[in-house]
Structure formats: structure tokens, C-alpha cells
Design a protein around this ligand. Structure first.
Ligand SMILES: Nc1ncnc2c1ncn2[C@@H]1O[C@H](COP(=O)(O)OP(=O)(O)OC[C@H]2O[C@@H]([n+]3cccc(C(=O)O)c3)[C@H](O)[C@@H]2O)[C@@H](O)[C@H]1O
Ligand SMILES: Nc1ncnc2c1ncn2[C@@H]1O[C@H](COP(=O)(O)OP(=O)(O)OP(=O)(O)O)[C@@H](O)[C@H]1O
Ligand SMILES: NC(=O)CC[C@H](N)C(=O)O
Length: 586
């Protein structure tokens, strides 16, 4: 059987930074060549970043990206990498044969493409066939689909190409099967969500078996606004057995040797279509390689479910700050578990020297709100300042005489003014510390604790905030390090401390119950009657559903934060703010 050494580069591009991303590709190509690879595959849209959203409509951006593809081919050859076959994802425009008029789109409508580069030339190009248009994806809005699959012969092995959603729907694996390809390479921009790694592995194994060929899956890594790409690139053999797997949440070049079937003669009927795709063939090299000693494949260890969420948030925060030219963050530290966990995450993401905590005690603040914030600072090394709000609050009240909720919220808003002032002065981005249960129910003060640039834990329900915090401490213990999160912050009763003796449980159901109802109503999108049918108390369901529906306006104005659940507030759940629909309980 012919051999092939394959390199999968899970790299972390910066969206729109074409020159920087070319450097990443060139560096990966050098590393792959040094490792003796014959074929290097990079992720979906790696040259321009993913998802480009409406930049896909910007002609200057499309043209800028397209120009970088042949330039990359020349550059690779100039740097002595012309023998390597490189498959690279990028934005492009519809091929000439696509009937754009019938599709009602301009002649140069954008495509989600992958070019095959070798010997200083682009030898062929594949355009994504299945465009995802659900959840966080809007690809029908942006791209026209391709209608051919590409099979490229490399050292006597037929290699077929697919892009991400292509394997989530039926199609290219059938085309690969029909073309008798030995390997299907899949370029991905597949964002993280809890347990998605298991889903992907099963999917890749199934498509490999259907296509009767090995399958190599390469994913992006890194944060992009509210998405986090987790890497997790992998290779399965034609029986669907895992051969190699890269790390989660880190860039890596995964190099693997495969024994693959020899290429067959071209299919007799060039017009035949398989699952809607015509198969195009390009021969790069038909000579199999001399037999060589294969490398031991690497299968990286996995994080457990809580660890995955933790590192996804860390990566999302780090990349949001760094890719937007920032270095440091500031957050209000109340000694409660939400801001404490965000503080620990920020230290892991950016280093303690770049994390600035502020304690803003009011007349109602407990002693432990200060001592627990100080303990977090001691354990992690983040910097902590104290700016009491009582005198400012009194000055406002002399002028305003607010009471009730208005008086409570004034304290949260005074804190926000302090954070934004310090942010402006010192250039730190402000972190909002709300969790998903609070976002769901509107339990935060708009323009108060809800201000900020980025909200790291906005997709973690409160019950998971506690679990993830315990996980972080356990992991520290396993490493022989001091747990960063003071135990008292985990164990105390949650309170907004906006009036004496206030507890979250005065305004909200217990978090166990609340999160269970939210899972049904928000993540699984059940109607209120269907939630009741799951056995929840109708009065509780009505209360929660009303809170959720009324808080849409607050969520729209909440800062962005990383998606880690199946359905986040933001791109995954788009409901109107002005909304007369009320759920019925029966
Ligand atoms: N549809 C709509 N579109 C745009 N704005 C809308 C609106 N409906 C009301 N509003 C405006 O929203 C404002 C009311 O919202 P807001 O000012 O937030 O106030 P509100 O939601 O009434 O109160 C905040 C709640 O969050 C709790 N809280 C505050 C701070 C921290 C925490 C915590 O533990 O984390 C909890 C606090 O105890 C209280 O129960 C009003 O100005 C109203 O005019
Ligand atoms: N005394 C304080 N000093 C500094 N920041 C505060 C203080 N109180 C509240 N905050 C900020 O406002 C956010 C909302 O906190 P609040 O205590 O009202 O509710 P919470 O949801 O229980 O949050 P936490 O668990 O962090 O206390 C906190 O996460 C924190 O960033
Ligand atoms: N970029 C894509 O096509 C991603 C879609 C795919 N279902 C995924 O989440 O992995």
C-alpha cells in the first residue's frame, strides 16, 4: 500500500489579518516539511479567519484575500517548500460555470473555498457544498455552494476534499466513495460547545466508513468574538478507528503516517454526479513513495467536561483581548463566586500582572466581600485596589432621593462608572461577571454590573459556575499548586449585597431548580407547556418563563462572551425584544 505522511495544522489565525495569517501558513509549511510531511492540510478559511460575517460582501476584502492565494503559492516555492502539497481554506468567488443568475446572486458571489497549492501554483480549488445555516452559522446569507468535489492524486494516493458542514450532511463522503479516494481531508471551522468532541469523533468515523477511506479532520483553534475553536483535529482510518488526535485549545501540528490504497483509474463517466457533486481529478504525482519507517501516531489526552468549558473560556478571553490589541483587564471583585471565578480565569488567560481587581464596598457590603477578594488576590497574584462607594452614593442620594430597586441599582451603576473611568485611564478592558442564569432572568443592573467589554461566564449557568470553580481548584491540587479560588467564595450563599441581608433566593428560585427549567426553556427551546409536562411546578415555570421573556432587552445590551453550551444567548438564540407572544401553560 502507498504511504503518505500527512500534517494537519490547527493554527490560530486572526480574522482579517491576511498577512499575519499567511505567516502562520508558511510557518506551518516549514514545520511540516521538516517533519517530512508530503501533504499539509490547514483549516477552513484559515487565510482570512472564520466566520467573516458580512465582510463576505466586501469586494475589497474578497479581492484582498484572493490575491493572497497565488502569492502564498509563490512564497512557498521561493522558500523551498514547492514539493509539499498544501490544502488551505479561504474566501473566494463563484467559479465561472456556476449559474449565479439562476441563484439570484452577483457573478462574483462569495464562496467558502479550499485551494490545493504545490510547485508554486494553485493546482485546483474546491468550494464548500453544504452551507450551515442554523445555530451560530449564517452561510446561506453569505456564500454560494460549489457543485464539484476535487480528488487530487498525491504520490499515487487519491485524496478527496470537503469543508466542515460537508461532512455533517450527506454528500461528499458518497462522492469520495464513488471516486474510490483513499483519503478524505476535511477543513473545519467548528466552534466548541460542551461534548462536541465526542460528536465529531463519531461523525468522522461514520463518514470514513461510508466513504470507505481514511478521514483527516483539521480544525481552527482560538477565540473569535463569541466563538471558541477548540482544535481537536483528528485522523480515523477507513474502518472509523481513531489513529491520531491533536490537543484541545492549543495550536499544534499533528503529523501522521498512513498506509492508503493506491489510486484507481479515473471514473469512466466524467459527467456522473454523486450526491449532487461532479468529481474532478488532478494528478500532482502518481508515483508511490519508497517504503519508509512510519512515525508513532500521537493521541492527545482529553479534558473532562468541566475542564473543557474552563479552557474554552480562558482561550476565548485571551484571544478577545489580544486580538483586539489589548493586554489587561479590570473587574469588580465582590468576593462572590461569579467575579472570583472570572478573576481566576483572567489570571490563567492573561497572567496575574495583567488582571486588575477593584473592591467597591458599600454600606451594605459584608466583611467577607472584602476578605474573599483579598484572598483571591493573594492566591493568584492579581492586583487589587479598593474604592469605597459609600461617599459617592451619599452624594447622589442627596441629589436624587431614590428608593427601592432604583436605590439598589444606583450602587451597581456607581461601581460601573468607577470601572469605566479606570478602564479609560489605564487601558484595561472591563469584564462583566454575570452568569447564564442571571442573563436569563435579567438579574443584573443594566449600565451597572452589566457594563463591560467581554463577559467570560455569560454562557455558564450558576450551578456550573460552582462546579467549574471546584474543578479549577481540584486541578490545581492535582498539579501540586494552591487552589486559586477561596473556598468561602464557593460555599457562601449568593447575594447581590445591594441592601442589608439581601440573598439571591429572595428574588429567584433555587439555582438547581432555576437552571433545570432554563435548560428546558432556553437550551432545548421547549414551550412552557412542554416544560410543565417534564414535571416542573406550573407556577415556577410561569415565573421563570416570564422573567426570561422580559429580559431580552437586557441580554441584547450585555457584552459578548464565549459560547460553551449547545445554545448561547447571542448568535444561537435570536428572539425579538419587542414581542407580544406569551407562552401558555396548557
Ligand atoms: N424593553 C425594554 N427595552 C429597553 N429598556 C427597558 C425595557 N424595559 C425596561 N427597560 C428599562 O430597564 C431599566 C430596568 O432595568 P434595571 O435598571 O437593570 O433594573 P431592574 O431589572 O428593575 O432591577 C435589577 C435587578 O437585578 C438585581 N441585581 C442587580 C445587580 C446585581 C445583581 C447580581 O446579583 O448580579 C442583581 C437587582 O437586585 C434587581 O432585582 C429601566 O430603566 C427601564 O426603563
Ligand atoms: N463590593 C463590590 N466590589 C466590587 N465589585 C462588586 C461589588 N459588588 C458587586 N460587584 C460587581 O458586580 C457584580 C454583580 O455582583 P453581585 O454581588 O451584585 O452579584 P453576584 O451575581 O452574586 O456576583 P458575585 O458572585 O461576583 O458576587 C459582581 O460580579 C462584581 O463584579
Ligand atoms: N463551519 C462549519 O461548516 C461548521 C458546521 C458544523 N456543523 C460544525 O459545527 O462543526
Amino acid at each position: 500500500m502507498p504511504q503518505l505522511r500527512l500534517a494537519l495544522a490547527q493554527v490560530n489565525p486572526r480574522l482579517g489579518d491576511l498577512d499575519g495569517n499567511v505567516e502562520l501558513v508558511v510557518a506551518a509549511a516549514h514545520e511540516a516539511a521538516q517533519a517530512g510531511a508530503h501533504l499539509l492540510v490547514l483549516p477552513e478559511m484559515v487565510l482570512n479567519g472564520y466566520p467573516v460575517e458580512d465582510l463576505a460582501y466586501r469586494l475589497s476584502f474578497i479581492d484582498g484575500t484572493r490575491a493572497h492565494v497565488p502569492a502564498l503559492a509563490t512564497r512557498l516555492a521561493d522558500e523551498g517548500l514547492g514539493d509539499l502539497v498544501v490544502v488551505v481554506g479561504h474566501l473566494d468567488t463563484a467559479k465561472d460555470h456556476i449559474d449565479t443568475e439562476r441563484l439570484g446572486v452577483p457573478k462574483n458571489a462569495p464562496t467558502n473555498s479550499a485551494s490545493v497549492i504545490t510547485g508554486g501554483r494553485v493546482v485546483t480549488r474546491y468550494d464548500k457544498h453544504h452551507l450551515p445555516n442554523y445555530g451560530v452559522f449564517d452561510e446561506f446569507r453569505h456564500f454560494v455552494p460549489g457543485d464539484e468535489t476535487q480528488v487530487v492524486q498525491v504520490h499515487g494516493v487519491d485524496v478527496a476534499i470537503a469543508i466542515c458542514e460537508d461532512i455533517w450532511q450527506d454528500g461528499p463522503s458518497a462522492a469520495a466513495d464513488a471516486a474510490e479516494a483513499g483519503l478524505l481531508v476535511v477543513l473545519n471551522g467548528s466552534p466548541y460547545e460542551a461534548a462536541k468532541d465526542d460528536t465529531r469523533l463519531e461523525l468522522c468515523a461514520r463518514r470514513a466508513r461510508e466513504g470507505s477511506c481514511a478521514l483527516a479532520y483539521v480544525n481552527l483553534v482560538g477565540g473569535q468574538d463569541e466563538l471558541v475553536f477548540d482544535g481537536d483535529s483528528l485522523v480515523v482510518d477507513a474502518a472509523g478507528e481513531l489513529v491520531a488526535r491533536a490537543a484541545q485549545f492549543e495550536p499544534e501540528l499533528l503529523v501522521v503516517d498512513l498506509d492508503l490504497p493506491a489510486a484507481t483509474a479515473p471514473m469512466p463517466d466524467p459527467d456522473a454526479r454523486f450526491a449532487g457533486l461532479r468529481v474532478e481529478r488532478t494528478v500532482v504525482s502518481s508515483e508511490p513513495l519508497e517504503p519508509y519507517e512510519p512515525l508513532e501516531p500521537r493521541v492527545a489526552e482529553r479534558w473532562d467536561d468541566l475542564g473543557e468549558r474552563y479552557w474554552a473560556i480562558v482561550l476565548g478571553l485571551r484571544d478577545y483581548v489580544h486580538k483586539n490589541g489589548g493586554r489587561s483587564v479590570l473587574l469588580g471583585l465582590s468576593g462572590g463566586i461569579d467575579s472570583t471565578l472570572v478573576g481566576a480565569i483572567a489570571v490563567d488567560a492573561l497572567g496575574a500582572e495583567n488582571v486588575f481587581g477593584v473592591s467597591n464596598p458599600s454600606a451594605w457590603s459584608t466583611d467577607h466581600s472584602r476578605s474573599d477578594a483579598a484572598e483571591l488576590a493573594r492566591r493568584t497574584g492579581l492586583q487589587l485596589d479598593t474604592v469605597p462607594i459609600a461617599p459617592i452614593f451619599e452624594a447622589y442620594q442627596d441629589a436624587l432621593h431614590l428608593d427601592g430597586i432604583a436605590e439598589e441599582n444606583l450602587q451597581a451603576r456607581i461601581r460601573a462608572v468607577i470601572w469605566m473611568g479606570l478602564s479609560n485611564q489605564h487601558g484595561h478592558l472591563v469584564l462583566a461577571c454575570g452568569n447564564k442564569s442571571e442573563l436569563a432572568t435579567g438579574y443584573s443592573t443594566i449600565y451597572g454590573d452589566a457594563v463591560g467589554a467581554y463577559a467570560p461566564i455569560k454562557d455558564l449557568p450558576k450551578t456550573l459556575v460552582w462546579e467549574v470553580s471546584r474543578w479549577r481548584n481540584r486541578w490545581a491540587e492535582e498539579q501540586g499548586e494552591q487552589p486559586p479560588i477561596p473556598e468561602n467564595a464557593i460555599d457562601k450563599e449568593p447575594s447581590a449585597e445591594l441592601r442589608p441581608g439581601q440573598l439571591d433566593s429572595d428574588s429567584l428560585p433555587s439555582y438547581d431548580l432555576l437552571d433545570a427549567v432554563l435548560d428546558a426553556y432556553v437550551e432545548r427551546d421547549l414551550g412552557a407547556a412542554a416544560v410543565v409536562a417534564e414535571g416542573f411546578d406550573p407556577a415556577l415555570v410561569e415565573r421563570v418563563v416570564t422573567l426570561v421573556d422580559k429580559a431580552e432587552y437586557k441580554r441584547r445590551q450585555y457584552p459578548p462572551g464565549p459560547k460553551v453550551s449547545r445554545r448561547n444567548f447571542g448568535r444561537d438564540r435570536r428572539v425579538p425584544m419587542t414581542n407580544g407572544w406569551r407562552e401558555s401553560l396548557d
